[in-house]
Design a protein around this ligand. Structure first.
Ligand SMILES: [Zn+2]
Length: 440
């Protein structure tokens, strides 16, 4: 017999049942069917024959030995027994327990090391201070917007990315990450849920949504409340930083609208396609307004939806045309000086506190073209238009005004000028365009 039994009962009837259960012939075939053994001994309800036998006898397969100590391997039921000797792959119960203990000990050591490193990180962070009067303008604006989104948690303890939902229409995690990389907020591992930090090989990884952040301490030991209040009085000077923040914010506003339109028509865009659209939209925002790009998104998503219904097309194929269509659409608008329509803000898409803060300092909203925002940022930061641009505009502007007065068309020229600027064109383009209408 290839099965070695270790009886745990002295009851002769039970011993008989156990021996009949495990009995095999020379070829390893079981002598009796399990069904034939049922009913020999009455068992409590819910107890199977196999479990009844297992409780009263340990069975070891002589065809399976431990990889480590060559002892026989314990088996639970008939189907685990092997008819011929096996190459050792498993561990016996004792060796398995030894190994589990080693693994557990290593895991405990790793976990203690994680605790140690996180405590060390927290200690280092809390001794590091920030001079908030020296941080760049865009970070000031982000902090003011963040404070408004999660008040009073920014100054009053920890917050998670999920808490910051009100900050921007999308990419909230990226905005928080900007602050983290700048060293203005840092992780507070002690406040995070267990499992937020874990080992991945020899590196510590984090579940980003669960990380609890805290505002970095001030160099002058002011309270977080005082820090935020001091930022309100900031005199802004960094034109590029502010304009880029406006672009980051506005692209989020455009992408949320696009996302909701795609959802409506069940277009499933890949991460790479979304990235491509995002970068197209970001560069278009240097010229146009958010609400104009909403109209582009609206049109392109609908076109793709009707394409999806055509023969030889399917949804993924139609969705894949969206990034290219947006690009071509914008190229055409620019080439043919088409005036983009502007959509109004959907009620369910609030601007977010970053949009509000930018709106307050610049006087802009979703209808302000990128050109106009750029001018407003220049005005706010006191960086005058570069002299060369002004000089370059001098001659054509003089010419246009002379013509306008000669044709008694000064008011219609001003209205047309305003229209073109609102449509997202630059000053140079607008002057040239109107002057051109006089020459015919
Ligand atoms: Zn062993």
């Amino acid at each position: 017999m290839a099965i070695k039994l270790q009886l745990l009962t002295e009851n002769p009837k039970e011993i008989e049942l156990i021996e009949r259960y495990w009995a095999v012939d020379e070829s390893g075939q079981y002598l009796e069917k399990v069904s034939a053994l049922a009913g020999i001994i009455e068992m409590a309800q819910g107890v199977t024959l196999t479990s009844f036998i297992r409780q009263r006898c340990n069975a070891f397969d002589e065809h399976q030995v431990c990889l480590k100590c060559a002892e026989l391997i314990e088996i639970k039921n008939r189907s685990e027994a092997k008819k011929v000797p096996q190459r050792p792959t498993k561990l016996c119960t004792v060796c398995q327990e030894d190994q589990d203990a080693i693994v557990l000990k290593a895991a405990k050591a790793k976990s203690a090391e994680l605790e140690r490193q996180l405590a060390e990180y927290t200690r280092k962070q809390s001794t590091r201070t920030v001079d908030y009067s020296e941080i760049p303008d865009n970070q000031v604006l982000l902090l003011l917007a963040l404070d408004r989104a999660i008040t009073p948690r920014l100054t009053n303890g920890g917050f998670t990315v999920g808490d910051c939902r009100g900050l921007a229409p999308r990419y909230v995690g990226d905005f928080v990450q900007q602050l983290r990389e700048a060293g203005l907020v840092f992780d507070d591992p002690g406040k995070a849920r267990p499992g937020t930090y874990y080992w991945e090989g020899d590196e510590i990884w984090r579940v980003r949504d669960q990380v609890v952040y805290r505002l970095a301490p001030d160099v002058a030991s002011r309270s977080a409340d005082e820090i935020i209040r001091s930022l309100v009085d900031r005199v802004y000077t960094d034109a590029d930083g502010i304009f880029n923040l406006w672009l980051d914010y506005s692209v989020a506003d455009v992408m949320r609208y696009l996302g909701s339109q795609c959802e409506l028509y069940h277009h499933d865009l890949s991460a790479a396609e979304l990235e491509e659209i995002k970068s197209t939209m970001r560069s278009a925002l240097e010229t146009y307004s958010v609400s104009q790009l909403w109209s582009v998104a609206w049109k392109v998503v609908r076109d793709a939806a009707s394409l999806a219904n055509r023969e030889y097309y399917n949804r993924p194929k139609a969705a894949a045309t969206i990034p290219g269509k947006i690009r071509r659409n914008l190229e055409k608008v620019q080439r043919e000086s088409i005036e983009l329509k502007a959509w109004s803000r959907p009620e369910q898409h609030p601007a977010g506190t970053l949009g509000m803060v930018l709106g307050e300092i610049l006087g802009v909203d979703e209808n302000t073209s990128g050109h106009m925002v750029s001018s407003l940022v220049t005005w706010l930061t006191g960086h005058a238009c570069s002299p060369s641009v002004e000089a370059e505009l001098g001659e054509p502007t003089r010419e246009l005004m002379t013509k306008a007065l000669a044709h008694d068309a000064s008011s219609s020229v001003m209205l047309r000028f305003a229209e073109l600027i609102r449509a997202g064109h630059g000053v140079r383009f607008a002057v040239k365009e109107i002057a051109g209408s006089f020459s015919t």
